[in-house]
Design a protein around this ligand. Structure first.
Ligand code: PMP
Length: 461
């Protein structure tokens, strides 16, 4: 029997717990890192190591850890009413107030909210409502969906097909015949080069070409993230989302913007759509909605979609989409307090105020021999490591540079996400101070220096 609590947890985890998007065998070998507590921008692991979290958990703890007013809101709601169903026309005050606040704060095209448990089921709900909508309109052939390569739209049975990352398709029989992908507007690695206007034009043309190929009468919707998060923090040029939105409108297809990462101040404004004046037909959100303090997501939709669905259902038939925990009162109470912290609590303003420090820190690291690209919008950003800066040659995946980076970062007490293709993703909490950024970049520089000294890395450069 393992001797310490830690060893016991590692052994039990290895035997029983399946981790998300993980290589089972590699995880068993590595063993779980048990996180134990958190305060502000810092985490503590079960061995008592204090770690600076530069990823807000999984781009979600936008408020930072240990916000006592959130804990109070949750406990008060739990004591008052821990659960209320949304079925049979029941509901709860926090859920109703949160829906109303979201409608007030989101782009004005969006008038109705359906709450989920997270992002994947928000995307799943969006797909189902779109299918219902076109049947309601008497256009049942309009069922094809287009999204971006390297896009991430969760891992529900339907949404994983819209996700444009091969591991989500492999052995899952995805994408379906109704799911199509166009190239990502990836500035660093774009065949048309790095000129903003050319990237936007190429992306719009790719959408037009795909719609023409399928026939506009067969295309339901285009799904995209304003910034591609899990695909490697790909930041399209300013103006890209607006150009795509205008094209969708012109082609008569719905635009569903997935703000699961970009929502709730991550890029500056409450929603990234705002910055470009885009009013989507549907919008999905999660993560920052409750800052990770409870699972919750939402899909918002226009009145046109809501009314068409309502009319098609008629006076008696239920719209058959629902979950036990839709509009969960404790999650909603947390959401209300989190929204208050973003606004009255000054977190959105702080996020905007510290963004230049984040940008500067990333840009300074462009001088590092390993760094080929540095990019961010607001408090989401990435460094892309390359074996050769001039040719942008990537490291051979067999070298597992990402794992070496993650290990070195942990030794330096820093947490961020090292993607497979040597892209390092950062999403610091909106509560970060300038001093915490100093610490982040000091530890990050040391991490990169250590990786650079690895013989296998040196040999590959
Ligand atoms: N959409 C986007 C843009 C996401 O980033 C994510 C999660 N990373 C999801 C959907 C899925 O959300 P969840 O993990 O909460 O199911």
């Amino acid at each position: 029997m393992p001797s310490t609590n830690r060893d016991q947890l590692v052994a039990l985890d290895r035997q029983h717990l399946i981790h998300p998007v993980t290589n089972f065998r590699a995880h068993e070998k590595r063993g779980v890192t048990v996180l134990d507590s958190g305060k502000g921008a810092f985490l503590r692991d079960i061995d008592g190591n204090e770690l600076l979290d530069a990823f807000s958990g999984l781009w979600c703890v936008n408020t930072g850890y240990g916000q006592e007013s959130i804990v109070r809101a949750a406990t008060e709601q739990m004591a008052r009413l821990p659960y209320a169903t949304g079925y049979f026309s029941y509901g709860s005050e926090p859920a109703i107030r949160l829906a109303a606040q979201l409608v007030e704060l989101a782009p004005k095209s969006l008038r109705h909210v359906y709450f989920t448990q997270g992002g994947s089921d928000a995307v799943d709900a969006a797909i189902r409502y779109v299918v219902y909508y076109y049947n309601a309109l008497g256009k049942p052939q309009k069922k094809h969906f287009i999204s971006l390569q390297r896009g991430y739209h969760g891992s529900s049975a339907a949404g994983a097909g819209l996700t444009g990352l091969p591991v989500f398709h492999r052995n899952f029989d995805l994408p379906t015949l109704q799911q199509h992908h166009i190239p990502s507007p990836y500035p660093y690695r774009n065949p048309v080069g790095q000129d903003d206007a050319a990237i936007i034009a190429a992306s719009v043309q790719a959408l037009r070409d795909k719609v023409a190929e399928l026939g506009a009468e067969n295309v339901a919707a285009f799904f995209c993230e304003p910034i591609q998060g899990s695909g490697g923090v790909i930041v399209p040029p300013v103006g890209w989302l607006k150009a795509i939105a205008d094209t969708c409108r012109e082609l008569g297809i719905l635009l569903a913007v997935d703000e699961v990462i970009t929502g709730f101040g991550r890029t500056g404004p409450l929603f990234a759509c705002e910055a470009e004046g885009v009013e989507p037909d549907l919008m999905t959100m999660a993560k920052g909605l409750t800052a990770g303090y409870a699972p919750m997501g939402a899909v918002m939709m226009s009145s046109a979609i809501y009314d068409a669905i309502s009319e098609a259902a008629g006076p008696d038939i239920a719209v058959g989409h629902g979950q036990t925990y839709s509009a969960h009162p404790v999650a909603a109470a947390i959401g209300l307090e989190v929204l208050r912290l973003y606004h009255e609590g000054g977190l959105l303003a702080n996020g905007i105020a510290v963004t230049p420090r984040f940008t500067a820190g990333l840009q300074e690291l462009l001088a590092h021999p390993l760094v080929g690209d540095a990019r961010n919008r607001g408090l989401v950003g990435a460094l892309e490591l390359v074996a050769d800066k001039k040719s942008k040659r990537q490291f051979d995946p067999a070298l597992r540079v990402n794992e070496a980076v993650a290990e070195a970062a942990y030794r330096n007490r820093l947490v961020f996400r090292a993607f497979n293709d040597s892209i390092l993703g950062f999403a610091p909490a909106l509560c970060y101070t300038e001093e915490e950024f100093d610490l982040l970049f000091m530890r990050l520089k040391r991490t990169l220096d250590e990786v650079l000294e690895l013989p296998a890395v040196r040999a590959a450069m």
